[in-house]
Design a protein around this ligand. Structure first.
Ligand SMILES: Cc1cc2nc3c(=O)[nH]c(=O)nc-3n(C[C@H](O)[C@H](O)[C@H](O)COP(=O)(O)OP(=O)(O)OC[C@H]3O[C@@H](n4cnc5c(N)ncnc54)[C@H](O)[C@@H]3O)c2cc1C
Length: 463
């Protein structure tokens, strides 16, 4: 069916279903992937019943479905093609309840992380997850990609924060598993199969998320370190300090921080010399004064032990914001190198330094000019890697780079994909480097949930 035919057929199907056709989508932002609007037609339910009606119609008419949230995904999981229907959560934006006593939020799937943060903050709470894409990424998308982010080293990833879930399965059945308790030992936890499934097993419509108390009083520093090993020593020392809580620990290797600092207009000349990497740390304490004093105390101690090569503590909220921008505003890579091959891997933290050294050697063996940008959530071993080339069009060369990045990760206890998912773009990595037994089980589950391959075809689990 063409986009216009799907558009015409779906209009009037359900009172709570809005449908946008090719003309309506023209000029709208497709998000992180230029092909996200490839289908040219989008259904926007404002209730689970309307989503179910649209999904049933698709099943009866053989129209494949691509679920979309905020379209900030970085693995091409929301890419859509002609003949498919985009099923968007952008009208499922109700925050149904934030319960301060239970510390839970009940939300529709299209609520953005930032909207949930704001609603929870009014009661002194926050979701225990944070990402740079907070303004646009949705709770449904974050559940579907099993998002990680800044606080995962402390709170785990999205699957650890979801208490309850509602989803519409490919046959239109609404699964209501909106539990609000941590402990449910009643057979296999079916909702966990939908978490991280990137829209392959169904459309998530609602969720119950755990919240934690806001820790508002912060102190933030940039520290020069010799690599992940010394960064982890600093992190361990901060985590052992009484009365403070570690809120962020982000590592940027030299090439990344130098380029990012130049884009941000920050002068990090004090780091020249010994530092191979810059560690951003943020702590919280009972008051701003206590946070600053504790951070200063610990840094003075580790400075004496030469664990750090230099450092600076933010003196104002504006400076703190600029420190975070140094790490979070990484778009400069893709401005300078459009289509740069990029990766998101997990390495057991103590193996990071040897992985980085080996990676640089492997890339140089492919081309002596390849120098990667490396940065990431070091405390949980999550590295983002982008190659400084935007013009690699040979498939063999791309495979060689993939293999240089992925080799040995699974056997070392890491993962070729950490927090961005697999989508369309990481097919080779998934088929070549994921655990083959798990790949086969994921395929069988796809058969069970979606025998007609209606949801997100051509993407993980690549049936
Ligand atoms: C600047 C920037 C920083 C980022 N930082 C991080 C980070 O620190 N940590 C991290 O984990 N990610 C990060 N990301 C990636 C991205 O924000 C996450 O993957 C996020 O979880 C995607 O949410 P979304 O709503 O945009 O989903 P989308 O991009 O719309 O979709 C992502 C996938 O989920 C599926 N999906 C979406 N909604 C549903 C639903 N309701 N039901 C079923 N399937 C659905 C889609 O089909 C697709 O496969 C970052 C992205 C950017 C641009």
């Amino acid at each position: 069916m063409t986009a216009d035919e799907i558009h015409a057929a779906l209009r009037g199907l359900h009172a709570e279903l809005t449908v946008l056709g090719p003309d309506d989508l023209k000029g709208r932002d497709p998000g992180e992937h230029p092909q996200n609007f490839g289908a040219g037609v989008m259904a926007l339910p404002s209730s689970s019943a309307a989503a179910s009606a649209a999904i049933r119609w698709c099943g009866e008419n053989g129209v494949a479905i691509v679920p979309q949230g905020g379209r900030t995904g970085l693995a091409g999981g929301a890419v859509s093609r002609a003949g498919e229907l985009i099923l968007s959560t952008s009208r499922l934006t109700t925050i149904e309840k934030v319960d301060a006593a239970e510390r839970t939020a009940t939300v529709q799937a299209g609520v953005t992380l930032e909207a949930l943060q704001a609603a929870a903050a009014s009661l002194g709470l926050i979701p225990g997850i944070d990402l740079a894409s907070r303004g646009t990424a949705t709770i449904g998308g974050m559940i579907s990609t099993n998002a990680g982010g800044i606080l995962a080293f402390r709170n785990g990833v999205m699957r650890h924060l979801v208490l309850g879930l509602e989803a519409v399965l490919p046959d239109g059945t609404i699964v209501d598993d909106m539990t609000r308790v941590v402990k449910v030992s009643a057979g296999p936890d079916i909702k966990q199969l939908l978490i991280g499934a990137e829209g392959a097993y169904g459309f998530i419509t609602r969720a119950v998320i755990t919240l934690e108390a806001i820790r508002a009083f912060r102190a933030t520093a940039l520290l020069g370190v010799s690599g992940a090993g010394s960064a982890l020593a600093v992190i361990a020392r901060l985590e052992s300090e009484a009365g403070i809580s570690l809120e962020g620990a982000e590592l940027m290797w030299r090439r990344f921080y130098e380029r990012s600092a130049s884009v941000q207009g920050l002068h990090l000349g004090w780091l020249e010399g010994d530092a191979d990497a810059v560690l951003l740390v943020e702590i919280s304490a009972a008051s701003e004064a206590e946070a600053a004093a504790s951070l200063e105390g610990v840094l003075a101690e580790i400075w004496e032990r030469a664990t750090i090569a230099g450092g600076i503590i933010a003196q104002s909220h504006d400076q703190r914001r600029r420190f975070w921008a140094l790490r979070e505003q990484s778009e400069f890579i893709y401005r300078d190198f459009p289509d740069a091959p990029s990766y998101d891997v997990s390495i057991p933290p103590l193996a990071i330094d040897s992985y980085v050294a080996t990676l640089q050697r492997r890339l140089s063996a492919i081309d002596p000019d390849y120098r990667p940008f490396i940065y990431g959530h070091v405390a949980d071993g999550n590295l983002h890697i982008a190659i400084d080339r935007g013009d690699i069009d040979s498939e063999d060369r791309k495979r060689a780079i993939d293999d240089a990045v992925y080799e040995g990760i699974t056997s070392s206890g890491g993962s070729f994909s950490a927090e961005h998912g697999v989508g369309f773009d990481k097919r080779h990595g998934y088929l070549a480097h994921a655990n083959p037994t798990k790949v086969e089980i994921a395929r069988r589950l796809k058969q069970l949930f979606d025998p007609a391959n209606l949801f997100n075809p051509g993407k993980v689990p690549f049936t």
